[in-house]
Structure formats: C-alpha cells, structure tokens
Design a protein around this ligand. Structure first.
Ligand SMILES: [Zn+2]
Length: 368
C-alpha cells in the first residue's frame, strides 16, 4: 500500500491534514501579513482587521444592532473600519509620522496603496515598512478598544512608542538586507534598529569533470515553472572526452520540481539503456533527488521502473553538483517545459538548441 500524497509513498500526518483541510482562496496580502518579520501578535490582529472581522459600529448596525455611532478617537464621524484606520485625523497623524520616519510621502488611503509604498525600499526596509503599516493598524485598534471599554484616552504618542517596539522586533526577525550606499542607514538609525551588514558573497570555484574511460556521464535536470507548475526534464550525455553524444528533453505537464528532477534521472537512465550504455555516471543539481536515488528511496511511482532499469546496468554512480556546472541539462529541461506532457525528444549527437555546454578545462564560479 502507498500513501500517494507523498513522493516516497510514506504516510505522514502533516500531509494527511493538508489533504483533507479546506483551502480558501488566496488573498493578495497574505505574504505581507504572515511574513517572518511580522510578530505573530501583530499578524493576528491585522488578519482580523483586513478580513473586517471586528465589531466596529457600522458592522454592528448592519447586523441589526441599533446604535448611534461616533468615532471614539476623533468624535466627529461615524465609526467604520475605513474611517478608523485610514481617514480619522488621529490615524492620519500616525501615518504621517510613519512616513516621516521612512522618509517618504504620505499619499495613501488604503492598505494596498500603503503596502505599495514599500516596493521602492531595500528588502530590509520593505520588511520594516510592512510591519510599520500593520503595527499602526493593530495599535489604532487596541487604542480604540481601550478608549471604548476602559475609558483610557487615545494617546498617539504611546501608540507610536509601541509601533517603534514592533519595528525593533522586526529588525531582529527580518531576513532582509539593507542597501549599502543609500538612505537605509539614516532610516535604521531613526527607527533604532540595529541591522547586521550583509556578509560578502562567498565565491566558490566549480568544474565540470568528464567521466572515466568507458563511462557515460548524464547531466540531468528538471525544470518546473511554479511548484507545482508546467515542468520538463532534460538530460545531456557525454563521453570521457567531454563530447556530447546525445541529449533528450521531455514535457511533464504540471508537477513539482522534485518530481521533475527524479523523472530526469529516470528518463536519462532508461534512454541510456536503449543505447546500450551500461556504465553510467548520473549527475544532478538536486541534492534531494541525489539522496533519494543514492539511498534507493526513489519516489514510489518509479520503484518498478527503477528496479528494472538498474538490473540492466553494469556500473552506476550518482552524484550531485551545482547548477553553475549543469547548465546544458538546464537548457534541455527548459526546452522540455514547452513540450506536451509525456512527449520525448531525443537527439543523437549534440542538438542545435544546445548552444553552450560545460567546458572541462574551464573553472566556473558560484556566488553564495
Ligand atoms: Zn475618527
């Protein structure tokens, strides 16, 4: 018996939950609200506010509760969520203060426009801006409740103090990086956020190594446009002199990138066998696929095919490499994405679409 929701065929309760849970429609703001930099307390309140799941006067009136409505912050207008968060003069003071901190113009009137302001910032400042927006919304809501139920007057200063606290927490949680030559330093000083300077990229040399005499080397790659999304596989076959002796592309339809990587290895070995190549060195840029084939834990739907294939082989080596020295296979995989599902195009010799292959005499560089 196999559990088909998992590539390995094993049952796992997290996947069972995922399979039976109801999935709602995706909302555009979910990545802003459930971000790493946003403290869960702020996310929780913001989620309720954006969904309009809060008892403001206009919502209560709609549900048939008779009440005379007045915004308890400004005492001038009817209390709707839109007024409270975006149009109330007390809220506007806070928004204008936030814009001043980030050195931008205050010209937004709703959430979408407010988030859009962050698009010009570096990844770190954008994270902080998003948290600033959500924290102001949350603090306005908390301030409104304190005014209404505890009769503590709304104090913009204490609100801004708390927003600063959430911003400093966001500075620690964010994985973003500031821009070196920019106003980021000044913004961070104003916010009181200590940002770590991004580490210099590590430069690592890497080479494509030809196989030993008698071996055929298969460089395999799977490409998925989205996970899952339309996918393709690509394989390039090379001899011990580094000559391309064959290549193949296959369309896969919608699947995950892991399945595409595994299918690339599977197809690669099967087509090698059809050519009577039985001493193979399989190289993939997916560490996960390399592990699963290396430990003989292939995805369950491939087990029979795989066992049959390895019976025909004399020698098999599987290793993983970096994508910087697997670009020829990547090119074939991208071609595969454009093919219909299940359609295989195999080439003897080097196909014309492969305009660049890894040079064994050349050192490539990886930056990470
Ligand atoms: Zn008001």
């Amino acid at each position: 018996m196999v559990w088909s929701s998992n590539a390995k065929g094993n049952f796992c309760s997290a996947e069972a939950f995922d399979a039976i849970r109801k999935k709602g429609t995706t909302v555009w703001w979910h990545k802003h609200v459930w971000a790493t930099a946003t403290h869960p307390r702020i996310s929780g309140i913001a989620w309720k506010l954006i969904h309009n799941r809060v008892p403001v006067d206009t919502t209560l009136q709609k549900r048939g509760i008779q009440l005379a409505s007045m915004c308890c912050l400004c005492g001038k207008e009817v209390e709707s969520l839109n007024h409270l968060l975006w149009h109330c003069n007390r809220a506007k003071d806070l928004w204008s203060w936030l814009c001043h901190l980030f050195g931008c113009n205050y010209d937004f009137e709703d959430l979408e426009q407010a988030f859009a302001k962050g698009n010009n910032f570096s990844s770190l400042i954008k994270d902080l801006w998003n948290v600033g927006v959500l924290a102001i919304m949350a603090e306005i809501w908390k301030g409104r409740n304190k005014r209404l139920f505890e009769e503590i007057s709304f104090d913009a200063y204490s609100c801004s103090y708390k927003v600063r606290w959430w911003l400093r927490a966001a500075g620690k949680l964010s994985k973003g990086t500031p821009r070196i030559h920019s106003t980021d330093g000044a913004i961070l000083r104003k916010l009181g956020v200590n940002a770590s300077i991004p580490a210099a990229p590590r430069i690592r040399p890497c080479k494509w190594i030809p196989p030993d005499f008698g071996f055929i080397k298969l460089n395999c790659d799977g490409a998925a446009k989205g996970n899952p999304g339309p996918a393709g596989v690509g394989v390039v076959y090379r001899d011990d002199h580094g000559n391309v002796i064959g290549a193949l592309s296959m369309g896969m339809g919608a699947t995950t990138s892991f399945c595409a990587e595994c299918e690339a290895i599977m197809q690669g070995v099967e087509w090698a066998l059809r050519n009577n190549w039985t001493m193979l060195w399989v190289e993939t840029d997916s560490v996960a696929a390399c592990h699963s084939f290396g430990k003989n834990q292939v995805p369950w739907h491939m087990i029979t095919r795989w066992n049959l294939a390895i019976k025909g082989l004399q020698r098999l080596i599987i290793s993983s490499t970096w994508r910087e020295v697997n670009f020829a296979a990547d090119c074939m995989a991208n071609h595969g994405v454009s093919l219909p599902s299940g359609c295989i195009q195999a080439f003897v010799g080097r196909p014309s679409l492969l305009n660049k292959v890894e040079d064994p005499h050349y050192v490539y560089y990886r930056f990470d």
